[in-house]
Design a protein around this ligand. Structure first.
Ligand SMILES: Cc1cc2nc3c(=O)[nH]c(=O)nc-3n(C[C@H](O)[C@H](O)[C@H](O)COP(=O)(O)O)c2cc1C
Length: 202
């Protein structure tokens, strides 16, 4: 698969099937993270791969407790006409996905957040390459991850990436949508235009 086809495959997965994922795929995904660009060679990131069903359930329950409180707290200002939406805080994907890849950065070290996000980008791309689905879930509060996974306090979990096969059919973005996105990305001197399209007059 060509690099740009790998990028194009990206789509966030919400529901995962229980189809087994070969372990070597996860190994390659973690390796992709370890080879990412890092702003400080000493600022190693930490990746915890969770497959234990009890641990995944503990993480889902703790995450949903936090997200539910956040959702209903924020909802205090919601207009009455807008009904509460329980699917906003429910995260079955944390339990359904065969693997949760928890990405943690060495908080406080130079460039730690940017470097950890670059590693996370490699993880998302590597899941595409392996023909798997994923989602970038950024927990509102993550202290429960330190407790459940025994993560040392100096490492800050920035995202949980559930990895597995999608239970739902995915619809990759279509060409007109890609063109609209490209146009909205580039402004000023680097206006994107179709091949052969005339430069618009100033
Ligand atoms: C920085 C970042 C944070 C995100 N945080 C969450 C999150 O906390 N919960 C969630 O369900 N999805 C999260 N997502 C996934 C986005 O909701 C998703 O990418 C977006 O809906 C676009 O859908 P797509 O990925 O299929 O293009 C996050 C994505 C990014 C890039």
């Amino acid at each position: 698969m060509n690099f740009f086809d790998i990028i194009k495959k990206h789509q966030s997965v919400s529901r995962f099937s229980n189809k087994a994922v070969p372990k070597d795929k996860i190994d390659r995904i973690v390796k992709a993270a370890s080879q990412s660009n890092n702003g400080n060679s000493k600022a190693a990131i930490k990746i915890v791969v969770v497959s234990n069903p009890k641990k995944k359930q503990d993480i889902r329950l703790a995450a949903e407790k936090v997200e539910k409180a956040y959702y209903y707290g924020a909802a205090a200002n919601r207009p009455e006409s807008e009904p509460a939406n329980d699917s906003a805080w429910q995260m079955p994907f944390l339990e359904e996905a065969p693997y949760l890849v928890v990405v943690c950065g060495p908080s406080g070290q130079p460039y730690w957040a940017a470097s950890t996000w670059l590693a996370l980008g490699n993880i998302l791309l590597a899941t595409n390459k392996e023909g798997l689905g994923s989602r970038c879930y950024t927990p509102t509060m993550a202290t429960y991850l330190h407790r459940i996974l025994n993560i040392p306090p100096k490492f800050m979990p920035i995202a949980i990436v559930p990895v597995g096969y999608s239970a739902e059919e995915l619809f990759p973005s279509v060409k007109p949508e890609e063109e609209r996105l490209l146009k909205s990305l580039f402004t000023g001197r680097y206006v994107w235009r179709k091949e052969g399209e005339e430069k618009s007059p100033k």
